[in-house]
Ligand binder design. Structure first.
Ligand code: NAP
Ligand code: MG
Length: 498
């Protein structure tokens, strides 16, 4: 029996899903792992095991890849025409909308995030499927004028079998960012969710079955990076790996691809994004936004503005306000819809606490937070929102991605300094600038080394807008038309007309 906070009830479908043993989804069937191993998926709000999940080894991954290859060759591309692919993806989105509440509950139980934030994720995932359902019928090649005696055209074709490896911070949404364009382009998929959060990916497979996708078009293998993720990256019959996660693991993925079949690789990696606030900004808008861009998803989001730079004249006032707001955030079991849930695991809790200790040792000023929350929250992985003030960008807490509710804040004196310090990082995922001066804003956007820049806003996303990391934050951009390039390859065809 799942432990629930007083007064909370789960949907029948959620309970039924959790009550049955979990299996791998391979070739359209639910199967047990070949080597019979399982691992526990925990609820970070109380450390309780919510499901025993199959641990896929290389044997299972190979089986999934074989099923995907068979489906690609005989059941999917080009047999199923683009309009039908589009309809199937739309159907999946319809079914997800029907089971919205189930997805929200599973995501909250597995990841810890508040239900209303999980709702935002599930709706975002649905939106993503719909956006790419529209693309399925619009993937075109071109004709290229060359010598008059030749006709040259290009075909844009799917890659074949793609391995999709996703993290635990937005489990369903990250899976959707990859599955939706991969399927729209006509690929077959082997998806590995993170070991901390496998449940929504498994539930999604039920709907993939119900929607009527041919067997083997989508396969899900659950398990940790080792052995499951690694088996995907080393597999000789996977054409591409699309990975979202840390920069450390991103390097391993590239290396495994290079040492196996040179599969194509796209990477969405870590970040340490600067959020730069000039004294002439709309401070009311800034103050609400800065709170969420520091602590949303309990700080476990790659794009968060985890480095705040504030122009000196407003620095003190800004900091007092941010501290006050941070201290008012409610923290608790996601099923009770607090502002912030727990961090995802004991490991993550330890990692964040380590950085908090390090920040103090390095000489940063702890302004608020920095502690595991006590009282009746003792069982879960709860942390108070933490703010450090500093004036040294070389500190490890300023340079390294912490991935928890920790923001570092510093004052700056002039524009050029703000740009230089914003770029003083090996990451390049996102950046934001707040000012009413449009020239200053656009100059900042041009000078910033980041895949996305927000002006007078933060964390704005739409499936139509490309998103990817510069520098060590990634290779290739997802979303928008960019993802079509990630999941297709071009073929040039020459016709000799003479
Ligand atoms: P992670 O440790 O890099 O893991 C990501 C995924 O890779 C998980 O499924 C993980 O499996 C798997 N994995 C681990 N080792 C592997 C290996 N040797 N070979 C193949 N797969 C392997 O990242 P995380 O801690 O889950 O997520 C947080 C990170 O993701 C942060 O750095 C964050 O910035 C980044 N992120 C980036 C974006 C973006 O769009 N740029 C979006 C979200 C998150 P297990 O964890 O199951 O072992
Ligand atoms: Mg979990």
């Amino acid at each position: 029996m799942i432990q629930l906070p007083a007064g909370v009830q789960l949907q029948e479908k959620t309970l039924a899903f959790l009550a049955k043993p979990q299996q791998l989804f391979i070739g359209g069937d639910w199967v047990d792992p070949k080597e019979g191993q399982y691992f526990s998926s925990l609820n970070p709000a109380n450390g309780e095991t919510i499901a025993e999940v199959p641990l896929a080894t290389a044997l299972d991954v190979n089986q999934a890849v074989a099923a995907a290859r068979k489906a690609f060759q005989s059941q999917w591309y080009p047999k199923v025409n683009p309009a039908t692919r589009s309809q199937l993806i739309h159907k999946l989105a319809d079914l997800m909308q029907r089971d919205l509440q189930v997805f929200m509950e599973l995501e909250t139980l597995d990841n810890g995030k508040p239900l209303n934030k999980a709702k935002y994720d599930v709706l975002g995932a649905i939106n993503h499927f719909r956006y790419y359902a529209g693309w399925a019928t619009k993937i075109e090649g071109s004709t290229i004028p060359v010598d008059g005696s030749k006709l040259v055209y290009t075909l844009r074709e799917p890659l074949g079998v793609v391995g999709l490896i996703v993290p635990w911070n937005f489990p369903l949404m990250m899976a959707a960012w990859k599955l939706a364009p991969a399927l729209a382009c006509g690929n077959c998929c082997v998806l590995k969710p993170a070991e901390q959060t496998p449940l929504t990916a498994l539930y999604l497979c039920k709907l993939i079955q119900e929607a009527g996708f041919p067997e083997g078009v989508v396969n899900v293998v659950t398990g940790p990076g080792l052995p499951t993720g690694e088996a995907i990256t080393q597999q000789m019959d996977i054409d591409k790996v699309s990975f979202t996660g840390s920069t450390v693991v991103g390097r391993k993925i590239m290396s495994a691809a290079a040492n196996s079949n040179l599969k194509k690789v796209s990477l969405e990696l870590g970040g340490k994004s600067p959020n730069v606030i000039f004294a002439d900004a709309d401070l009311k808008a800034v103050s609400q936004s800065a709170l969420w861009s520091s602590f949303y998803n309990t700080g476990q989001e790659c794009t968060l503005g985890s480095r705040l730079y504030v122009e000196r004249p407003i620095y003190d006032e800004f900091l007092v306000k941010l501290k006050e707001q941070a201290e008012q955030l409610s923290i608790g079991n996601g099923l009770n819809n607090p502002d912030l849930g727990p961090v995802v695991s004991q490991k993550q809790l330890d990692r964040v606490l380590h950085y908090i200790e390090l920040g103090q040792k390095e000489g940063a000023e702890l302004i608020t937070g920095g502690e595991r929350c006590g009282g009746d929250l003792d069982e879960g992985y709860f942390l108070s929102p933490t703010i450090f003030g500093h004036s040294n960008d070389d500190l490890q807490i300023v340079q390294e991605e912490i991935f928890g509710p920790v923001v570092v804040v510093s004052a700056f004196d002039e524009s050029e300094e703000a740009i230089r310090r914003a770029n003083n990082t090996r990451y390049g995922l996102a950046a934001a600038v707040w000012t009413k001066d449009i020239s200053k804003a656009h100059r900042f956007a041009q000078a910033t080394q980041a895949g996305t820049v927000w002006i007078n806003g933060y964390d704005l996303f739409d499936p139509a807008v490309p998103f990817g990391g510069h520098k060590e934050s990634g290779i290739g951009a997802e979303m928008g038309k960019s993802a079509i390039d990630l999941y297709t390859q071009e073929k040039s065809v020459w016709v000799n007309l003479t």
